[in-house]
Write a protein of this length. Structure first.
Length: 254
């Protein structure tokens, strides 16, 4: 299993892109393509291989919401750039559920977009977040200028100013059911009193306990607790380089 970024795709497309579409032309797209190509080398070893291209992850304790919360708290939340750029997002619980379901179901194989079904614009996202946090939505002409974003984020500003319009249809065809399909329901859950981050943290820790570097076999009891089938193999490669066939011995698997 390999977790990568949506940066593989072309930016600012009107049409939705799926897993069969060609990559973008920028540096990030090229890097992601190379990682995916090397990851798929596992297939030659007879190992079921799954790659998730992950969208903007919504979580109270990290990612973009952690950075945006203080801005919106002090009534400074406005759309970025022109506000029309598409955002392909996913609730952290749905992402964790995808990872765990991939370990359980053999139907998962190949590349999948880990995004929610409903793509929104930056402008719509700003409105929904303001609404959930009980903050006013300002007139549409009030936006954070692109040059300020470039000064603040440098080269990473392209990830904020450019939209990614990505389809979730493929992962839905293997039967994945979302807990949060709309950004409104996702944000309301995250900022509600019922949001149990500790439960999600425990849930995700179980997964990463499974995929951490180890030469030890996972006990049958632990597999049963995690609901992982007996023939499931999880492989993770060292993250310091893209490996070729001669480096496959640097992999820990179980």
């Amino acid at each position: 299993m390999h977790l990568l970024h949506l940066g593989y795709y072309k930016k600012n497309t009107i049409f939705q892109q799926d897993e069969k579409d060609h990559r973008g032309k920028d540096f990030l797209s090229n890097v992601v393509e190379k990682w995916e190509k090397e990851s798929l080398e596992f297939k030659k070893l007879g190992i079921r291989t799954t790659i998730f291209r992950i969208g903007l992850v919504l979580s109270e304790k990290g990612g973009v919401l952690k950075k945006l919360y203080p801005i919106f708290k002090f009534f400074l939340g406005v759309p970025i750039g022109n506000g029309k750029q598409a955002i392909s997002w996913i609730h952290i619980k749905d992402l964790i559920d995808m990872i765990k379901e991939c370990m359980i179901k053999k139907e998962y194989s190949g590349v999948y977009n880990a995004v929610a079904p409903n793509v929104i614009t930056n402008e719509k996202f700003t409105h929904e977040l303001s609404n959930v946090l009980n903050r006013p939505s300002y007139p549409k002409f009030l936006k954070a200028p692109s040059f300020i974003i470039k000064l603040l984020f440098g080269e990473l500003s392209s990830l904020v100013l450019n939209g990614l319009n990505i389809s979730s249809k493929k992962i839905q065809t293997v039967g994945f059911k979302y807990s949060y399909e709309s950004v409104s329901s996702a944000l309301k859950n995250i900022y509600s009193k019922n949001f149990k981050y500790n439960d999600l943290k425990l849930y995700s820790n179980e997964i990463f306990e499974l995929i951490k570097f180890s030469n030890k076999k996972i006990s049958k009891s632990k597999r049963r607790n995690l609901k992982v089938s007996e023939d499931t193999t999880v492989v993770i490669c060292y993250g310091d380089s893209v490996f070729d066939n001669s480096k496959l011995n640097s992999i820990r698997s179980f």
